[in-house]
Structures are given as structure tokens and as C-alpha cells.
Design a binder for this molecule. Structure first.
Ligand code: ASP
Ligand code: MG
Length: 406
């Protein structure tokens, strides 16, 4: 007998019929002799509606009441799922975050889980009850309702699994697992059997939006193996887990693309101490997150700095940079929002050479110009013109033989 934690996302509980489907899956797991704790999201679209209501009510809703409101979507699904299970003849009981309790800090709408009360859950499991927990929400030390950030039910599930030392943490979604790239771009993208936490963090932050980033950090910290799989079939999904020896033999695990960034180039800056700070301090004070940064070696005492910011912040960022041009003595600034970032990711890069050069050769063979490059231990990213995004993803996926028929 195992203790199984299952999380069902919004698309898996989006209608009454889908909730019935979830109940049947939960019941089957229970019938196989397991203790089952289920975490659910709100029905798909519901949290967005609640957010829109808050925005319609006032421009700056109080953080406390915002969380009181947006956490309600999950209250609906825990009740419906528990009713359905009871109707099928099972013992089931729903819990809101504060009833468990899931204790968090007080950072409204992005709270962090500090502790999970085990007693109520253990008691129920002991008498054969299926425990149904609202994802996304918790309670702070003062008793205020908090939420964990969009997509936070994943983190609820991993935290509950860690707290209970569950044998399995299954995260059910509407895709079969984590793929080598976006299957909408490359139809023969293959499902990964397993992926390391570190690679998953890179994939998630680069746009593979299956798991909330925080849930992966949490799983890494407490060594929870996450099984990402579909609630619409019985195919095995992808295990997100600690790096193992097999993973290192694979050069590249995935190719990702991101069209949400824009590029800013500051030209002809006198190369002396303080110029980078002169640009990036005001940007960070405006809460603009800068991703890639490149500074050239200076010729004749002048240098160029190029960096990327989220597209949504481009106008604001340009205004700030234009405002400091004179102070830093730069000759000019230009920007380009028709760019995309293409990345290859894999822990195997640590122990193999030639991965980056293969990426550059592959892009050049298609006549794709690389505008910026950045690397980390397990990732190489290039900025290219955005019209080549899909082509670049396809040729890199091929070059590293990631397709399901390779
Ligand atoms: N319902 C919340 C959201 O839409 C939490 C979640 O689904 O994970 O962000
Ligand atoms: Mg989600």
C-alpha cells in the first residue's frame, strides 16, 4: 500500500463530466489499495474570471481581499469532487488551505508554504477517507487567506507530498508529459521519460509552461519525484527527478523558444567604471527584469552594451535608457522587438564538448544569423530574428536527434 498524492489541473476539472472522470481515476487508485490525497485547481478559466472581477471592482484592490476572492475557485472543485466520490460510495472529505492547515508567509498572491499540518490528513486516511485539498491557497500566521501565485496548485501538491512523505506525487494535466520541444512546432517531438529538476527549471522559465517553477524548486529541495501525466489516458508521463547517470549521456534534452523578449543596444559608451550600473540600476529600480546582457570588448575606449527585457516592458525600458544616455556619455540607443530566443538544454553539456558549436553550425546552415549568445552550464541560448523561430527549433531538434523516430 502506498500513499499517493494526485493533483488535477483546471483543464482536468473543467466540467462536471471531467470531474466525474477525475473521481473515477481517484477511486481506481484507492481501490488498488492506496491512501489517496487529491489536490485540485479551479475549473479552467475560473481564476481568470475572478481576477477580472477584482480588476473591474477597483484599480488597486487590497492584497488581502484579492486573495480571499481568487482563492474561491478551488473551493468549488473540492466540494464537487468530494460529492461525486461520496455519491460513488467512497468516504471523501474536502479541505480548504486553512483547514489543513497549509501555513504560508504573508506575501499575498505569491505566498510561500512554510509548513503543512499532517494531523487531519493522517486521521482521515487512517479511517479510509479520500482527502481532497484545495490547491493554490494557504493561511498565514495571522489567519489571513493567502494564494501561491498563478499555477500554484502544483506547488500545493508537491508541498503536501513532501510533508506527508508520499510515495508518489502525480500531476495530471492535459498533455502526456514533458516533450523535447513544443509538439505544435515539431510534430515528432518526443515525450521525455525523465528529466532532472535543473533541466525542468530551465524549460519552465523558457516557456514550457507545464509546472509552476516554484513547485520544481520545492521538489528539488525535498527530493519529491513528480510524475507529470495526462488525466485523459493511462500513458506513463514524464518523471521530474534528481539527475542520474543516464541523463548525462544525452547531450541535449530539449529545445525551447521564447518570443516574449526584446533587445536594446546602447552604442558608443565610454568604457569606464560605472557605465553598466548607470544603465541597469535605474532599470532594476523600475522592476524591469533584464535577461541576457552582452558587453563588447572596447575599441578606442568605446563599447556597446546589448541586453534583453520582456517585450511588455520595452517602452518603459527605452525611456529609462534614453534618460541616462547623456549621463553615461553614450552615442545612442536602438531597440528591436522582432527577436526570439532559442535555447538548447541538457545536463549532458557539462561533460560533453561541441554542443554549442553544433548549434551555431546548424543555425548557420539555414542562413539564420545569431545576434546574441549566452550560456550556462546546462544551456545555450541564441537571439535570432523572430521570423526564423519555428525553423530554428525544427532544425535544432533534428540536429540533436530528438525526434520520436530518431
Ligand atoms: N487556479 C489557479 C490558477 O489558475 C491555480 C492553479 O490552477 O494552479 O492559477
Ligand atoms: Mg497549471
Amino acid at each position: 500500500m502506498a500513499l499517493v498524492v494526485q493533483k488535477y489541473g483546471g483543464t482536468s476539472v473543467g466540467t462536471i463530466e471531467k470531474i466525474r472522470n477525475v473521481a473515477r481515476r481517484v477511486a481506481r487508485t484507492y481501490d488498488e489499495g492506496n491512501d489517496v490525497v487529491v489536490i485540485v485547481s479551479a475549473m479552467s478559466g475560473e481564476t481568470n474570471k475572478l481576477v477580472a472581477l477584482a480588476e473591474e471592482m477597483c484599480e488597486f484592490p487590497s492584497e488581502r481581499e484579492y486573495d480571499v476572492l481568487v482563492s474561491t475557485g478551488e473551493q468549488v472543485t473540492i466540494a464537487l469532487l468530494s460529492m461525486c466520490l461520496q455519491d460513488m460510495g467512497y468516504k471523501a472529505k474536502s479541505y480548504l488551505g486553512h483547514q489543513i492547515p497549509i501555513i504560508t508567509d504573508s506575501a499575498s498572491s505569491r505566498a510561500r508554504i512554510l509548513e503543512i499540518g499532517e494531523e487531519n490528513i493522517r486521521e482521515d486516511l487512517k479511517n479510509g477517507t479520500i482527502v481532497v485539498v484545495a490547491g493554490f491557497q494557504g493561511v498565514d500566521a495571522q489567519g489571513n487567506i493567502t494564494t501561491l501565485g498563478r499555477g500554484g496548485s502544483d506547488t500545493s501538491a508537491v508541498a503536501v507530498a513532501a510533508g506527508l512523505k508520499a510515495d508518489v506525487c502525480e500531476i495530471y494535466t492535459d498533455v502526456d508529459g514533458i516533450y523535447t520541444t513544443d509538439p505544435r512546432i515539431v510534430p515528432n517531438a518526443s515525450k521525455l521519460e525523465k528529466i532532472s529538476y535543473e533541466e525542468m527549471l530551465e524549460m519552465a522559465s523558457l516557456g514550457a509552461k507545464v509546472l509552476q517553477i516554484r513547485s520544481v524548486e520545492f521538489a528539488d529541495k525535498y527530493n519529491v519525484v513528480i510524475h507529470v501525466r495526462s488525466s485523459f489516458n493511462d500513458n506513463p508521463g514524464t518523471l521530474v527527478m534528481k539527475e542520474d547517470a543516464d541523463m548525462e549521456t544525452v547531450l541535449v534534452s530539449g529545445v525551447t523558444c521564447n518570443k516574449d523578449e526584446a533587445k536594446i543596444s546602447v552604442r558608443g559608451i565610454p568604457d569606464k567604471p560605472g557605465i553598466a550600473a548607470g544603465i541597469f540600476v535605474p532599470l532594476s529600480e523600475a522592476n524591469i527584469t533584464v535577461d541576457m546582457i552582452i558587453q563588447n570588448v572596447s575599441l578606442d575606449g568605446f563599447t556597446d552594451i546589448t541586453f534583453t527585457v520582456p517585450k511588455g516592458d520595452l517602452k518603459k525600458a527605452m525611456k529609462i535608457v534614453e534618460g541616462v544616455l547623456e549621463d553615461i556619455g553614450a552615442k545612442g540607443v536602438e531597440c528591436d522587438d522582432k527577436v526570439a530566443k532559442i535555447s538548447i538544454i541538457g545536463v549532458g553539456m557539462r561533460s560533453h564538448s561541441g554542443v554549442a558549436s553544433k548549434m551555431f553550425t546548424t543555425l548557420s546552415q539555414e542562413g539564420i544569423n545569431i545576434q546574441m549568445i549566452s550560456t550556462s552550464e546546462i544551456k545555450v541560448s541564441c537571439i535570432i530574428e523572430d521570423k526564423y523561430t519555428e525553423l530554428a527549433v525544427r532544425v535544432l531538434h533534428d540536429a540533436f536527434e530528438l525526434g520520436s523516430d530518431d
